[in-house]
Design a protein around this ligand. Structure first.
Ligand code: FES
Length: 125
């Protein structure tokens, strides 16, 4: 199981080596998520329209290693954007990746930028 998690590593804006053109803005549901693939990674991308922000994180939930986070419910906890896993409602910060209602491993998060109607995800490799 750890092997799956090993390929995911939080990337900060300063660490971005590749801006991957994921899809059109219109391909993502408003206030919801969709899954994209980058090499061997599944990445959940969220169009958090209420906050006018976009977020990206690993799609695999560290609880039971299900590829489900893109189908999670997004929300806000004291100003921190979060996603709740649809399986057992573990919630994670979409900024730091921290598990907000437990002590699971943090999830990896990635920067997102929007240019000319397209969504780009930043990766360090
Ligand atoms: S698999 Fe995500 S909370 Fe259980």
């Amino acid at each position: 199981m750890e092997e799956i998690l090993e390929i995911y590593k939080t990337t900060t804006v300063n660490e971005v080596a590749v801006w991957f053109k994921a899809a059109k803005v219109s391909d993502f549901p408003k206030n919801g998520g969709a899954c994209i693939k980058y090499n061997n990674k599944q990445i959940a991308v969220f169009n958090f329209e209420r906050k006018q922000e976009w977020y990206a994180c690993q799609n695999v939930c560290p609880h039971k290693m299900e590829m489900v986070l893109s189908r999670g419910m997004i929300g806000d906890q004291g100003g921190v954007p979060k996603v709740a896993c649809p399986m057992h409602k573990k919630t994670f910060s979409l900024e730091s990746g921290e598990n907000l209602n437990g002590d699971l491993e943090p999830i990896a998060t990635y920067p997102v930028k929007i240019e000319d109607g397209f969504v780009y995800i930043g990766f360090s490799e």
